[in-house]
Design a binder for this molecule. Structure first.
Ligand SMILES: [Zn+2]
Length: 340
C-alpha cells in the first residue's frame, strides 16, 4: 500500500487549517473494518471495483495504524473493529484475527455473526477471542430475498439472549431500502432494545440516514431506549448530524468512520431526497457517481465526515466536553463497561 494514494499534501493542509486546533486529543473510532487475507474464503477473488483493491485486499492493523498516523497526527487513537461482512467472508477466521489484535485497552473487537451460527460457536468467538460484541449483516441472511430481511432475521433469539446476558455491544446496519424510515425498522429497533435491555445496540450510520427526509422524525422512538446508540460512520451531512445532536441523547452518539471505505476520495451528497457517493476514485461502494473527468479534487470521506461533524457541532454549540465525549468517552465508556 502506497500511503501517498491515501494521504497527500492537500489533505495535510486540510488537517492543519480545519482540524488541528479543533479535534480533541483522544479519538475512539467505533466503526473500523480490519482484516487480513483470511477474512475471505480461499480462492475468493475481490471484484475489480471493490474498494479493498486499493489496499491490496487486506486492511490489517498495521495498515490501519500507518494511515491513522498521518490522518490524525496529533491524536491518541483507539478503535472498535471487525472484519468485513462479505458474503464470501470466513466469519470464524475474521473473528479470530479481530481477537488477535484486540488488547481491550485501545483496540476492541467484535465477531462477525451470521444468524445461522450455532450458539456454541458464538460463545466460543466471544469468550475465546475476547471480543466485546457482534457485527451481524444482512448479507448473512442468504435464504430470503434481500429486501425482505428484517432486523430480527439478522440474529437468532439464542444469540440475542447471550448478548443480553453478557451485556454485549452490537453494531447493527439496519436492513431495508427505506432505512431508518422503514416502518418495520422503526418497530423492531425499539423492540430489540426493549427485549434485550442489557445488550447495547449501536445503530450504524445513524440508521443509514444520509439525507434529511430519512432522519427527520425517525430518531424519536429509539432515543427513548437507554441501550440504543447511534454511530456516525460515513455521515458527512451537517444537517443530518445537527439533527442527531438535537434529537438524540448526546451521550449515546458515538464517532465512527467506516475506515477503510472512509479512506477513499469522495463525499456523500444529498440529491432530491436521496443520496449518492460522489467519488474521485473508480470503486463501487453502493450508490456511486464517479467523477471520471476529474472535475473536482476530492479529499477522503474521513475528512468530509470530520468537516460535517465540525459544522454541526458549531451549529448546535457543543461544549468542549461534549466534543470529547462524542469522539472518545461515550464509546470508551460503553466498551470498557463490557465484561469479557
Ligand atoms: Zn462498516
Amino acid at each position: 500500500m502506497n500511503i501517498e494514494t491515501v494521504f497527500n499534501e492537500s489533505d495535510r493542509s486540510i488537517y492543519e487549517k480545519e482540524f488541528r486546533d479543533w479535534l480533541p486529543e483522544k479519538i475512539f473510532d467505533s466503526h473500523v473494518h480490519v482484516f487480513d487475507e483470511n477474512n475471505f474464503k480461499p480462492d475468493y477473488k475481490l471484484p475489480g471495483k471493490s474498494c479493498y483493491q486499493k489496499f491490496n485486499g487486506t486492511f490489517t492493523l498495521e495498515q490501519c495504524l500507518e494511515i491513522v498516523d498521518v490522518l490524525l497526527p496529533d491524536q491518541e487513537f483507539s478503535m472498535n473493529c471487525f472484519g468485513t461482512p462479505d458474503t464470501e467472508a470466513d466469519l470464524e477466521a475474521a473473528s479470530k484475527y479481530t481477537g488477535k489484535i484486540a488488547d481491550n485497552k485501545r483496540i476492541f473487537g467484535m465477531a462477525l455473526v451470521s444468524p445461522k451460527d450455532k450458539i456454541e460457536t458464538i460463545k466460543h468467538r466471544i469468550n475465546d477471542y475476547g471480543l466485546i460484541g457482534y457485527k451481524p449483516y444482512r448479507n448473512f441472511v442468504d435464504w430470503m430475498d434481500y429486501e425482505a430481511v428484517t432486523i430480527f432475521d439478522m440474529l437468532s433469539p439464542e444469540q440475542m439472549e447471550f448478548a443480553n446476558e453478557k451485556g454485549l455491544a452490537i453494531t447493527l446496519h439496519i436492513p431495508k431500502a427505506a432505512r431508518l424510515a422503514d416502518p418495520s425498522n422503526q418497530e423492531q429497533m425499539v423492540e430489540i432494545c426493549q427485549r434485550y435491555p442489557n445488550a447495547k445496540i449501536i445503530f450504524a450510520h445513524i440508521g443509514r440516514a444520509y439525507f434529511m427526509n430519512n432522519v427527520i422524525g425517525f430518531l424519536d422512538k429509539i432515543s427513548k431506549c437507554d441501550n440504543a446508540y447511534i454511530d456516525t460512520a460515513m455521515v458527512n451531512h451537517p444537517g443530518v448530524l445537527e439533527y442527531a445532536f438535537n434529537n438524540f441523547p448526546r451521550e449515546r452518539i458515538v464517532f465512527g468512520s467506516d475506515v477503510p471505505i472512509a479512506l477513499l476520495r469522495g463525499k456523500s451528497v444529498e440529491i432530491n431526497n436521496q443520496y449518492a457517493y460522489l467519488m474521485g476514485e473508480d470503486y463501487a461502494i453502493g450508490s456511486t457517481i464517479y467523477d471520471a473527468n476529474k472535475v473536482v479534487q476530492f479529499t477522503t470521506f474521513f475528512y468530509e465526515q470530520l468537516r460535517g461533524v465540525k459544522k454541526a457541532a458549531q451549529k448546535v454549540a457543543l461544549s468542549t466536553k461534549e466534543i470529547e465525549d462524542f469522539f472518545y468517552n461515550n464509546i470508551n465508556d460503553l466498551v470498557t463497561g463490557i465484561k469479557i
